[in-house]
Design a binder for this molecule. Structure first.
Ligand code: NAD
Ligand code: MG
Length: 396
């Protein structure tokens, strides 16, 4: 392997921190060119001391000014400090950047991730919302530029690893009969249905198997995370939704499977540690160490599998409806979900209000063709406005 330059979008988040942990294990193979954060300069500062990026982006202008003052007179005073969301796109396409880790949460990651794809970078994709929103547009840009797209989401990384030798994202593997997309079922898999309305944000962000950012933790509890992942899988592996079976697998030992026409089922297993898919994608097509504990299969007492209950998890049903409607619907689903999850975390709506807001918002749109990026961004804004109004109505 030769030395590569990496830009980490969302360096201070859960995936960003895990990525830097893997980078630190392979200083001869990865050079950190750029790191970005939204506001969290407290965590960005030690990351900069350790990894010495050339440039950082802090989206918030006040925080960027504070950071500039903070580094003055320190050994890292020569780091270029940029602010504003347009700067995210700028660092994602720098000449000395080979790989871009897309680890911003939500729609905010779309433009820089798309910019990296257009520029033909190796895109390490954690930011599933970006792909769900832009859909075919994103996949077409990848195909056009010849960018290498490698999934970081543990399930999609598992599926990628189970695909035929030499597989490239976006290509339909004709020998694959279906994909088995595993889901832990989150913390409320067995809670009596009538109690779900009383779930607090603290309960919802406490995931049994994975330690993640707040938004994806709530998404895991509603199973919207699996809904977004279903759409992500349709796009990444060029498969229709009916060939993707969601499987509840509470132990999170198998991270997904591919079922082949000859009867072979390939599964990827490992401990639930995001450094495994991150290291896989960073070393691809080779392998290197991730720092994760090796899986001791003798500790795995049993592997359970069940079909999901769509009554318990209406968000998953809404995601199937959105991908089957096609066009702009996945972007509407995503925008409404982002607003509803933020409102839930803020104490404005109940846990069970999340799917209600999304379903009502989706009813305002028809599945027109996705068209271009501008129309997607417009739909995203409209769906957010409508969702905020629905939340006001619920509360009045
Ligand atoms: P997180 O909340 O821990 O981190 C989010 C990062 O994005 C932070 O660095 C933050 O500064 C940045 N950010 C937030 N809002 C921003 C904005 N408006 N503009 C610019 N930057 C912004 O989230 P996470 O858990 O690391 O998840 C990141 C992405 O990876 C999400 O799309 C998530 O679905 C996906 N993912 C995460 C995990 C996991 O284990 N955490 C697993 C699979 C996929
Ligand atoms: Mg996942």
């Amino acid at each position: 392997m030769i030395m590569k330059g990496i830009c980490i979008l969302g360096a201070t988040g859960s995936i960003g921190v895990s990525t830097l942990d893997v980078v630190a294990r392979h200083p001869e193979l990865y050079n950190v060119v750029a790191l970005t954060a939204n506001t969290n300069i407290g965590d960005l500062f030690p990351q900069c001391l350790q990894h010495r990026p050339e440039t950082v982006v802090i989206v918030d202008a006040d925080k960027a000014r504070q950071f500039q003052e903070k580094i003055t007179g320190t050994p890292i005073s020569d780091i270029e400090v940029l602010s504003g969301s347009a700067a995210l796109e700028q660092v994602a396409v720098l000449d000395n950047v080979d790989s871009v880790m897309a680890a911003i949460v939500g729609a905010a990651g779309l433009l820089p991730t798309l910019a990296a794809a257009k520029a033909g970078k190796t895109v390490l994709l954690a930011n599933k919302e970006a792909l769900v929103m832009s859909g075919d547009i994103f996949m077409q840009e990848v195909a056009k530029s010849g960018a290498q797209l490698l999934p970081i989401d543990s399930e999609h990384n598992a599926i990628f690893q189970c695909m035929p030798h030499g597989y490239q994202s976006g290509v339909r593997a004709v020998s694959a009969r279906r994909i088995l997309l595993t889901a832990s079922g989150g913390p409320f898999r067995e809670m009596p249905l009538e109690q779900l309305q009383h779930v607090t944000p603290e309960q919802a962000v406490a995931h049994p198997n994975w330690d993640m950012g707040k938004k994806i933790s709530v998404d895991s509890a509603t199973m919207m995370n699996k809904g977004l992942e279903l759409i992500e899988a349709c796009l990444l592996f060029n498969m229709p939704s009916e060939k993707i079976q969601v499987v509840i697998h509470p132990q999170s030992v198998i991270h997904s499977m591919v079922d082949y026409v000859d009867g072979t089922v390939l599964a990827q297993m490992g401990n639930p540690d995001m450094r495994i898919p991150i290291a896989h994608a960073m070393a691809w097509p080779e392998r290197f160490s991730s720092g994760a504990e090796p899986l001791n299969i003798f500790d795995v007492e049993r592997l359970d599998f069940a079909t999901p209950d769509l009554q318990r998890f209406p968000c998953l049903r809404l995601a199937y409806e959105a991908i089957d409607a096609g066009g702009i619907m996945p972007a509407v689903l995503n925008a409404a979900n982002e607003i509803a999850v933020a409102a839930f975390l803020d104490g404005q709506i109940r846990f069970t209000g999340i799917p209600q807001v999304i379903e009502r918002c989706m009813k305002n749109f028809s599945a027109d063709e996705a068209g271009n990026l501008e129309s997607i961004l417009q739909v995203d804004r409209q769906a957010r406005d409508i969702s905020r109004k629905i939340i006001q109505e619920i509360n009045s």
